[in-house]
Design a protein around this ligand. Structure first.
Ligand code: SAH
Length: 418
């Protein structure tokens, strides 16, 4: 199963693992008191020694959760077409960077690069490079294997990239730990199931006002963690709760906000677009923090470092953090986006070209996973950042020639490739 959406808790799988991360956290909590959920999540996922992504990686059938690009090649192909369609709509600039945040096993980039190769005649005069932002050494190694056949150079001295190589299709690829290390320039950004992995703060409304949910050690049971409420307001309750907030329980991901601000500034300055796909909501959901291990729900406080921890993305917050530097589109449901991108036609072609029943069955099954509203069709969403001039004409008085209608943005509207 995929990490199907929402519903925290449930029948969670119990503890396990070698307990090194738990011992590390327990020591820290005993010494200096409870930590925010964000701090707990950051330690559990990306601690350089024991973090879940650092050590386990998790993505894929043999891992803890499976994602759309791992389910069907069609997913990445349609996203590749989205970038080509935007590149054409923006006047075919002669160079662009494809920048992926959190590329997992590298499958999505691999499928996109295959489309770029198939459309090489269209892209022939365009200089394309790939830039991957990945904190996990384990996953970057898997990505290098997938995309370059493992032929990479570590730590090139003159660059901020920690690794570089050439894709099997001949495109240069660079790896970074932070979006700020990616060189400026016209860029198409991609974040698929990335923002949901970033640390969230959790808040609870009480009779005395907003309190932050913290993680503490349980005094009754050795080495067991529990949630507690902050006794008073914390800097985060003051900074992150909107005065007009109606919910009783709120999750905020400031790191996602900072990254969206960076993407929006870069797009405003150098051009390009960002496509964000994830499960999420538009500022309505409350308690979505959950864990996954071996494709099953896992208690978020049990055996940290051995399970994926995740929370739904709040797209209303991302929109706010773009701060009008760019236009935003969406969120729209995955099944609508993929339908607009022509998934039905692509499925028909693949079915016609496949001789054996097993392959046809597999194609239909993966289509159902991606599109069925009960599976990934409804709870996964697409959201885009685009330069204002891409969706609204600049002042027509100054530019009378710009009166012709702007081409619709594919995915959010039907794809019209000329
Ligand atoms: N996009 C992939 C993988 C999603 S899993 C897919 O859809 O299959 C989340 C990815 O984000 C992993 O590659 C993980 O190592 C990476 N990641 C998590 N936190 C990160 C951070 N703070 N900075 C960069 N990458 C991060």
């Amino acid at each position: 199963a995929a990490r199907l959406c929402s519903g925290a808790g449930g029948e969670a799988e119990a503890a396990g693992g070698d307990g090194a991360m738990l011992r590390h956290l327990a020591r820290k909590l005993r010494a200096s008191g409870p930590v925010t959920v964000a701090e707990y999540m950051r330690e559990a996922l990306t601690n350089p020694g024991q973090g879940y992504y650092t050590r386990r990686g998790g993505v894929g059938e043999s891992g803890d959760f499976i994602t759309s690009p791992e389910i069907s090649q069609v997913f990445g192909e349609l996203i590749g077409i989205w970038y080509i369609s935007e590149w054409m709509a923006m006047g075919k600039p002669n160079t662009f960077q494809l920048v992926e945040l959190g590329p997992g096993r590298g499958t999505l980039t691999e499928d996109i690069l295959r489309v770029f190769k198939q459309l090489a005649s269209v892209l022939s005069k365009c200089d394309v490079s790939v830039h991957l932002v990945e904190v996990s050494p384990k996953l970057s190694e898997i990505q290098a294997g997938m995309l370059t056949g493992g032929k990479v150079q570590l730590n090139p001295e003159d660059e901020s990239a920690y690794m570089k190589g050439i894709s099997k299709t001949g495109i240069p690829i660079f790896w970074y730990r932070d979006i700020q290390d990616v060189p400026p320039g016209y860029s198409f950004y991609l974040a698929h199931e990335f923002f949901d992995a970033l640390p969230i703060h959790k808040f609870q409304r009480t009779e005395k006002g907003w309190r932050e949910v913290l993680v503490d050690i349980d005094p009754e049971v050795p080495d067991q963690l529990r949630f507690v409420l902050s006794p008073s307001r914390t800097p985060a309750t003051q900074n992150f709760i909107q005065p007009e907030e109606k919910r009783d329980h709120v999750e905020v991901c400031p790191e996602a906000g900072v990254i969206v601000q960076r993407l929006a500034s870069r797009i405003e300055k150098d051009g390009g677009a960002a496509l964000v796909a994830d499960y999420g909501h538009d500022g309505t959901k409350t308690d979505t923090f959950r864990g996954f291990r071996n494709h099953k729900l896992h208690d978020v406080l049990s055996a940290p470092g051995t399970a994926d921890l995740t929370a739904d993305v709040d797209f209303s917050y991302l929109r706010k953090m773009a701060q009008d530097k760019t236009a935003t589109l969406g969120p729209i449901k995955q099944r609508e986006f993929l339908k607009n991108m022509g998934i039905d036609l692509r499925l028909q072609v693949l079915l016609q070209n496949s001789g054996d029943t097993a392959t046809r069955k597999q194609l239909l099954h993966s289509y159902d996973m991606l599109m069925n509203p009960e599976k990934m069709g409804d709870c996964f969403n697409f959201f885009a950042l685009l330069p204002h001039h891409r969706v609204v004409h600049p002042d027509k008085k100054d530019k009378p020639e710009s009166k012709s209608p702007l081409p619709p943005v594919a995915g959010f509207n039907e794809l019209l490739l000329k």
